[in-house]
Design a protein around this ligand. Structure first.
Ligand code: GLY
Length: 398
């Protein structure tokens, strides 16, 4: 008993040496413990609806759930896996598997590009954390489904089929699609199928050639002419205007090219990631707490809505990218990511346990031009927030 007490005192002493009061690490540790409780509450709240997954809240603050076909379905299962990885809590593992199975049919879906988000965040994390081979076939099938959307004339993966909201687009590719390439890169190695990586890199190269402006920002949607393979429209769907920089789109691009550099070692991807990061971190409209407005060119800044999801995705990406760049940039990127964590872990963005319909973060924007999901929690904001905290904790403690 006495020995146990001494070990406890020693552990507390070590902990107090590695974290100073109010340090970012301490906030992250506190927030991760809180996130474990909140994630369990969320999992339990849909226990009796086995085909539903968390999406957002409605005007009354009540949970809005979605079925597995909506693009966000894989994020909550992924969040549960991170929470299990953090806590070792077996109850979380059971829920994580339960919610992962809820998206299983997505591995065979070929009518949109989001299969990467849906299957890699759920089954991908499940395999990464458990090493259980039962999760592998879903990832391989999803990768096969995704590459059916590659076309050798446009040299990229189609995001959306004939978009009803813009009939002008022949072959719409959105910057978000960079995120789906991680599953292909992983599958190429795991299943020894280099074609998956060929498709990923060809898509990344085509996007690099056509999606970006000189200042490093990106368009949201490029539509390709299906005969010539060339872009015929450079538009937005979720941003303020065709020429504006939609905040989450910049975050997807940043994360996507950082990941592509990690997977391929190709310095062209690193240079692209740096250009995007420099656009973001030096932007005059990036607020003091570093959580972006929903669009860097939103018309009513500083009264425009913030997008915590863009902040969380950017933060997670910067916590990787800072490791690959020169020392000045490295310090700058890391400091911005730390400020983002400080903000997201504060009560401005972080909800108390049991509130916010059991989502972690408040204040994200889903689709402003559509008038939907404005200033609300979103499951992907929580997923990338948890990922960013786990990345930060690993950097600081390992
Ligand atoms: N991929 C859709 C979005 O970021 O809202």
């Amino acid at each position: 008993m006495k020995n146990l007490f001494l070990v406890f005192v020693l552990l507390m002493l070590i902990a107090s040496c590695t974290t100073t009061p109010n340090s970012t690490l301490q906030k992250v540790e506190t927030t991760l413990s809180q996130a474990v409780e909140q994630s369990l509450l969320m999992a339990e709240s849909l226990a009796d609806q086995p085909d539903r997954l968390p999406q957002t809240i409605d005007a009354n603050g009540e949970l809005v759930s979605c079925d597995q076909y909506w693009w966000v379905s894989g994020f909550f299962p992924g969040q549960l896996w991170y929470m299990y990885e953090y806590s070792g809590n077996e109850e979380l593992k059971i829920w994580a598997d339960n919610y992962t199975q809820r998206v299983a049919d997505q591995q065979f879906v070929t009518d949109n590009h989001d299969v990467g988000f849906m299957v890699y965040c759920s089954f991908g994390n499940a395999y990464r954390i458990t090493n259980d081979e039962a999760y592998l076939s879903a990832i391989e099938n999803a990768s096969k489904s995704l590459i059916t959307r590659f076309d050798s004339t446009t040299m990229c993966i189609r995001s959306w089929d004939n978009a009803s909201w813009n009939s002008q687009w022949q072959y719409a590719v959105i910057i978000d699609n960079m995120m789906n390439l991680e599953m292909l890169e992983w599958s190429a190695k795991k299943f020894e199928n280099p074609y998956f990586a060929d498709v990923a890199r060809t898509h990344a190269n085509t996007t690099m050639a056509n999606h970006f402006r000189k200042d490093g920002s990106s368009f949201h949607v490029i539509s390709y002419d299906t005969i010539t393979g060339l872009p015929h429209a450079k538009h937005t769907a979720q941003g303020y205007s065709h020429e504006s920089a939609w905040a989450r789109g910049q975050a997807w691009g940043l994360y996507g090219y950082t990941m592509m550099f990690r997977e391929s070692g190709d310095s062209a991807y690193l240079n692209q990631a740096i250009q995007i990061a420099d656009f973001i971190v030096n932007h005059p409209n990036l607020p003091e707490d570093k959580i972006p407005y929903w669009d860097y060119n939103a018309p009513n800044i500083p009264d425009a809505k913030r997008d915590a999801s863009a902040g969380a995705i950017t933060c997670s990406a910067l916590l990787e990218l800072y490791q690959y760049v020169d020392s000045d940039r490295s310090k700058q990127y890391f400091n911005i990511a730390e400020q983002q964590l400080d903000a997201l872990c504060s009560d401005v963005y972080l909800a108390p346990v049991g509130e916010n319909a059991n989502f972690l973060l408040k204040h994200s924007v889903g689709h402003m031009p559509n008038g939907s999901e404005i200033d609300v929690p979103l499951s992907y904001a929580d997923y990338y927030f948890v990922e960013a905290m786990m990345r930060y904790r690993k950097l600081k403690t390992e």
